[in-house]
Design a protein around this ligand. Structure first.
Ligand SMILES: [Zn+2]
Length: 139
């Protein structure tokens, strides 16, 4: 069974318990890495300046504590995170979204912001980004 590196686990620990629950399940079946959880002011504003984030502190879901946003990606032995292969992120996100549904955790993915399953109508793609839509499970 795959497991998180200490770095990934540390990052996941800064996230909301429901995100921790979800990705705690995902890793059992799908090797992946947590790229970022909570993001401090300095880093948020730096990413904004670089055009990698659309918002400044404190407007990102990553700025809340615990973090309501998480960045994650698939992990392959010998290859690591396949940054130049977006298809791998689509497959991974499909798995995460379906696992979230199973667990009744409401999330949104940065490759389908409006959740209509059409991945070609995005104004901004953030394929590794997931965020919690509610701190309560679907009843
Ligand atoms: Zn993110």
């Amino acid at each position: 069974m795959p497991r998180y590196s200490l770095k990934s686990q540390d990052r996941l620990n800064t996230c909301h318990p429901l995100i921790q629950e979800l990705f705690g399940e995902v890793i059992k079946e799908y090797d992946c890495a947590i790229l970022e959880g909570h993001r401090a002011r300095r880093r948020q504003n730096q990413l904004h300046k670089q055009g990698k984030s659309k918002v400044k502190w404190p407007d990102s879901t990553h700025n809340e504590l615990p973090s309501m946003g998480v960045d994650a990606g698939p992990w392959f032995k010998g290859k690591g995170i396949p940054w130049d292969e977006p298809n791998q992120f689509y497959v991974f996100a499909g798995f995460v979204l379906s696992k979230a549904k199973q667990l009744k955790i409401k999330i949104r993915w940065g490759g389908d912001w409006d959740g209509d399953h059409d991945v070609n109508d995005q104004w901004f793609k953030d394929l590794g980004h997931f965020e919690l839509l509610s701190t309560e499970k679907e009843s």
